[in-house]
Ligand binder design. Sequence first.
Ligand code: BTN
Length: 253
Amino acid sequence: MTARQPRLPPGYRLLCYDSIGSTNDEAKHLARDGAAEGTLVWALEQTAGRGRRGRAWVSPRGNLYLSLILRPDRPVGSAAQLGFVAALAVGGALRATRPRIERLAYKWPNDVLINRRKIAGILLESETVAPEKLRFVVVGVGVNLTASPRGTEFPATSIMAEGLGEVMPQAMLEEFVAHFQSWNMRWQAEGFAPVRTAWLAAAAITPGEPIRVRLDALAWCGRFLDIDKEGNLLLDCTGETRRIAAGEVFPAA
Ligand code: BTN
């Protein structure tokens, strides 16, 4: 199916699919059946790829689609921080495979941009056993290597479209896992602080910048203040600070 099998660090178990509906759906199914932390579902294409907020993630061959099962022994409320961990891992993998990359940035909560266009998206899905205990978290990652959708609300791009040549999915997968492992270990050992610092150092928006944050049924306009110590976005709406746990950021209209 591929030129060669990806090499992964100890503790990871790779399940490769030529074509699948959604790697996240498969990973959740496996996690419910008891699959261990480190189980990684990888597909060359998805026929029912899913994005955040119920959107479709168009998934032709050539891009990277993976879902990783984690069982972190951390409070339920900290699960969203894994989106930042995964975004940093994607950023590290992009820099490792394409050192010429410029203008790589992170867009809250967990998109990766190149030249202000989205090159990768992350879909976190989790289940709990008790109100305070995570049963599992599935970290789904899509990276546009050769193709990106047109006409999306937020513009998209790919490695190829940026003139950065060809990167094979298995090479990106190997780099992603290596970087994820290292950031995940830091997160487990030191908490969110170093992750937050690294993420903010390459954030797509800077403090004071006017933005619009869309939640399910409404949108807030204001100036970006900061990402707090839990990963929430702090927005200054004419003097009132709003703390937003989940949403979609756009430039102010
Ligand atoms: C987003 O909306 O930005 C998140 C996109 C996440 C897409 C990935 S591709 C691999 C995994 N399987 C899915 O169905 N979705 C995620």
